[in-house]
Design a protein around this ligand. Structure first.
Ligand SMILES: Cc1ncc(COP(=O)(O)O)c(C=O)c1O
Ligand SMILES: N[C@@H](CCCC[NH3+])C(=O)O
Length: 435
C-alpha cells in the first residue's frame, strides 16, 4: 500500500517502511528524532533530470543544490549519479571536497562571497563561479591576477519575475539581494567588466526565479528575458553564450494540495524554450545547466519522532507533542510550510480523531502539523513526517540546546548511519568558561 501518495509502503506488520526497512526498527536502533532517506528515490530523482537531457540530446549539467541537504554521503550519491554540484558557502564547498566531489563539477554561488571563500574556490580549481555583484567582480579580478589563473564565470541576473511562492523563497524578483538587475542596466555594466577579461572566461548567464514552483510558464518567461539581454549583447559585441543556467525551484509534493509536474516536464519545457530562442538568434544551442535541490532530496526523506505528552482543549484543539520540532524542521515556523504525517506503527489504521502536532521547543509557533487526522494515539508511538528530505537537516539549529538528530540512509533493505546524532557534549563543545 502506497501511503497518501507519498512514495512509501506499509508492511505486513502495519508499519511504515522506507527503503525496504521497518521505520519502527529504525527508531529503536537509532533513536528519535531521526532523519531517514530512501536512497533509491534520490537516485531516481537524479536520473529523471539526467536521462531527460540525454534523451533530448542536449548538453547539460544537472547541479544538485547542496543547500537542500549537504552531507558527505549525500554528495557521494549525487556524484555516483553523475550530477554536478552547487555550493553557496565555504562550508558547503568544504563538505564537497571532503566527499571527493570532482572540483571541476562544482559551481560556487553566494551573494557575499568572502576573499577566503573565493580563494578556496580558486585554489581548489572549481568548475565555475557564479558572480553575483560588483564587489565580487573586484575581488575576483584581484585574486585571479595574484594567482595568475583563469576561471569560468556565469553572471547571476534577476529577471524581475515574481514567482507564485512564499515571499521568503522568492529570488528572481527585482527587489532581491541576489544578482545583477536586468532592467536597470546593472547587467550591462557587469558584462563590460566580465567579457574580454584576461582571467575570466565569461560563459553565460544564470538565473533562479524561486523555489517550490509548480508550472513551467515562469521558467519560459525567465528564458525570454535572458535571451532579450543576450540578443542585445550579440548585436553590440557579437557575444555568444556557451551556458545558460536556469536555476532550480522545481516543486514537490508536501501535501495533497501540491500538484507537482513530473521532473522531466520541467526539463522538456526549458529545453524547448532555449532551443526556440537559440534558433531565432542564429546561435548554437548553449549548454543548459539547472540546480535542483528540493526535487532531488525532498520526497526521499522522512523524519521519525516519538510521541510524548498529549493535551486536549475541549472545543478548541487536541495536541500531541513529539521529541523534535522547529530545531529539526524550521520550515513550518519560518514559511508556514505544510506537511503530512502518519503514526508509523499504526500506518494502516483508520483515522478516528484530528490532532495538531507540536514540537518541544519553548515557542508557541513550534507546530509541525495542524489538524491531522490520526488513529488512536498513545505515548511512545512513532510519528513520521513526509517530505522532510530538503531543508530539514540543512536548516536544523540548536534552539533550546537540542542536539541535531542523526541521519540514516536506507536502500534495498539495508540501513546505514551517515550522520551521527549530536551529543550534549557536541552542543557545548565550543563553550568556554568565564569564572
Ligand atoms: C541559486 C539557487 N539555485 C538553486 C536553488 C535550489 O532550489 P530548490 O531547492 O527549490 O530546487 C536555490 C534555492 O532556492 C537557489 O537560490
Ligand atoms: N530554504 C528554503 C529554500 C531556499 C530558498 C533560497 N534559495 C526552503 O526551505 O524552502
Amino acid at each position: 500500500m502506497i501511503i497518501n501518495n507519498h512514495p512509501f509502503q506499509v508492511n505486513q506488520r502495519g508499519h511504515l517502511e522506507i527503503g525496504g526497512i521497518d521505520t519502527i526498527d529504525l527508531a529503536k536502533k537509532y533513536g528519535t528524532p531521526l532523519y531517514v532517506y530512501d536512497v533509491s528515490i534520490i537516485r531516481d530523482n537524479c536520473k529523471s533530470f539526467v536521462n531527460t537531457f540525454n534523451e533530448l540530446d542536449v548538453q547539460a549539467q544537472v547541479a544538485y543544490a547542496s543547500k537542500a541537504f549537504s552531507s558527505i554521503a549525500m554528495l557521494q550519491v549525487v556524484n555516483q549519479e553523475g550530477l554536478s554540484l552547487d555550493v553557496v558557502s565555504e562550508g558547503e564547498l568544504f563538505t564537497a571536497l571532503q566527499a571527493n566531489f570532482p572540483p571541476e563539477k562544482i559551481h560556487v554561488h553566494g551573494n557575499n562571497k568572502s576573499v577566503q571563500e573565493l580563494s578556496m574556490a580558486i585554489e581548489s580549481n572549481v568548475g565555475c563561479i557564479v558572480v553575483d555583484n560588483f564587489y565580487e567582480i573586484e575581488l575576483l579580478d584581484r585574486l585571479l591576477r595574484s594567482y595568475n589563473k583563469k576561471i569560468d564565470v556565469l553572471m547571476r541576473v534577476t529577471p524581475g519575475i515574481v514567482s507564485k511562492t512564499h515571499q521568503y523563497i522568492m529570488t528572481g524578483n527585482e527587489d532581491s539581494k541576489f544578482g545583477f538587475n536586468l532592467q536597470n542596466g546593472q547587467a550591462d555594466k557587469a558584462f563590460e567588466l566580465l567579457h574580454n577579461h584576461e582571467h575570466i572566461r565569461f560563459k553565460g548567464l544564470h538565473c533562479h526565479i524561486g523555489s517550490q514552483i509548480f508550472e513551467t510558464d515562469r521558467f519560459k518567461t525567465a528564458t525570454d528575458m535572458l535571451f532579450k539581454q543576450l540578443s542585445k549583447w550579440k548585436s553590440l559585441d557579437n557575444y555568444v553564450p556557451e551556458v545558460l543556467n536556469l536555476g532550480g525551484g522545481f516543486g514537490i509534493r508536501y501535501t495533497v494540495n501540491d500538484k507537482p509536474l513530473q521532473l522531466k516536464n520541467y526539463v522538456e519545457a526549458l529545453v524547448s524554450a532555449v532551443k526556440l530562442h537559440a534558433d531565432e538568434l542564429h546561435i548554437p544551442m548553449p549548454e543548459i545547466w539547472i540546480e535542483p535541490g528540493r526535487s532531488i532530496a525532498g520526497n526521499a526523506g522522512i523524519t521519525l519522532y516519538t510521541v510524548g505528552s498529549m493535551k486536549k482543549i475541549p472545543g478548541i484543539r487536541d495536541y500531541i507533542s513529539v521529541d523534535g520540532g522547529m530545531t529539526d524542521n524550521l520550515r513550518p515556523a519560518l514559511y508556514q510550510a505544510k506537511y503530512e504525517g502518519v503514526i508509523a506503527n499504526k500506518a494502516n489504521q483508520a483515522a478516528i480523531q484530528t490532532v495538531s502536532v507540536a514540537g518541544k521547543c519553548c515557542e508557541s509557533g513550534d507546530m509541525l502539523i495542524k489538524d491531522l487526522p490520526v488513529p488512536d494515539v498513545e505515548n511512545g508511538d512513532i510519528f513520521a513526517v513526509f517530505s522532510t528530505g530538503a531543508y530539514g537537516y540543512s536548516m536544523a539549529n540548536h534552539y533550546n540546546r537540542f542536539p541535531n538528530p542523526a541521519v540514516v540512509f536506507a536502500e534495498n533493505g539495508k540501513d546505514k548511519l551517515v550522520v551521527r546524532r549530536e551529543t550534549y557534549h557536541d552542543v557545548v563543545k565550543n563553550d568556554l568558561s568565564y569564572e
